[in-house]
Every structure is written in C-alpha cells, then in structure tokens.
Write a protein that binds this ligand. Structure first.
Ligand SMILES: [Cu+2]
Length: 179
C-alpha cells in the first residue's frame, strides 16, 4: 500500500504513467488550447475590451488642456456640461485635476485622461451602488480618450486604484451626474 508518509519503493520514477493520469493530461492540454484559441474571439467580440484611442502627449501639454477645460466654462446655466463635449481629467501625486465634473445622465462625453507624473488608477464607483466599479489605468505621456455615458443620475466617486505613494489614499474626485 503506497502512502505519502512512506518513501516509495523500487524504481518508482520509471514506472509507466497510469491511463487515468494520461487522460487528465490530455484533457488539460485540450482545455488550454481551447482557452488559447478563445482569446482571439474575446479580443474580437469581447465587450470588456479597452475602447477609445490613445495619443502621445507631454505632461505640460496635458496640464494645459486640463487648465483650458477648467477655464472654458463650457457648463450650461445649471452647471452641466453639454453632451458630446470633451472632458479633461488628470491624476497626479496626490490628487486628481479637473474634478468634479458635472454631466447629464444618458448623454455621451469624450473623456480625456492622463497622468502628470507616475502610473495612477482611476476607479469609478456610483454612490448608490458601491459594489459596481470600473477601473482604468492612467499613464504619464499618454492621453487616453474614452467615450463615457452615465445612465443613472447620482454621484460617482473617483479614486486612485494604483498605489502611487504615501498620499495615495487621499486621491479623490467625482463625476456628478444629473438629469
Ligand atoms: Cu494612487
């Protein structure tokens, strides 16, 4: 009787592989190949894929864009940014720039994002459903333009989800979505 508590006897290392073990190896190889092939399907049809183009941009250039966005006064009388408008937000150690952003529910916006220094995260969580979360990564020198639409009005908290230093936990922003 073989037990893991006792040393195996004889030339156990050249004993043939059992049929059961061979079958499981075959099944796992086929499964690996299937998953590998389905990456092509996910990449083509998956809804989880990153959307929107990314451009090279210098930190100074993007800082200017965010400042221009904040100064532009594109908000309507009730403080809401009109649909299809371009929104510029950035992350830096240890705060976000450009927030709070007031948008209209159900309308699409082109959100331009970047970082002024190191890699940061940008997680968006609705206050009314904190278990829902969208997590993005922001990189310095890249301007990422992502079309965004918030279906329901409310406050959507923005936090950094990429540890970026001692003040990481103080990084907050918000999208305020109104009807
Ligand atoms: Cu951070």
């Amino acid at each position: 009787m073989s037990s893991p508590l006792h040393s195996p006897q004889g030339n156990w290392w050249i004993a043939g592989v059992s049929v059961l073990e061979k079958t499981w190896i075959r099944i796992s190889v086929v499964w690996c190949l299937l998953l590998f092939a389905s990456m092509i399907v996910w990449a083509s049809y998956g809804k989880q894929n990153q959307a929107g183009p990314t451009y090279r941009v210098s930190t100074a250039e993007f800082m200017q864009k965010v400042q221009d966005f904040k100064k532009a006064g594109t908000q309507t009388e009730d403080g809401i940014i009109p649909a299809d408008e371009h929104v510029y937000v950035a992350a830096a150690r240890f705060s976000f720039d450009g927030f709070p952003v007031v948008l209209e529910a159900g309308k699409q916006y082109q959100v331009h994002m970047s970082s002024y220094d190191v890699q940061h995260g940008l997680s968006i969580r609705p206050e009314h459903a904190l278990s829902k979360q969208m997590s993005l990564q922001l990189l310095p020198d890249y301007e990422w333009v992502l079309p965004m639409k918030f279906d329901e009005p409310g406050v959507y908290h923005v936090v950094c989800n990429e540890f970026c230093g001692v003040g990481h936990r103080t990084m907050h922003g918000s999208f305020i979505v109104r009807r």
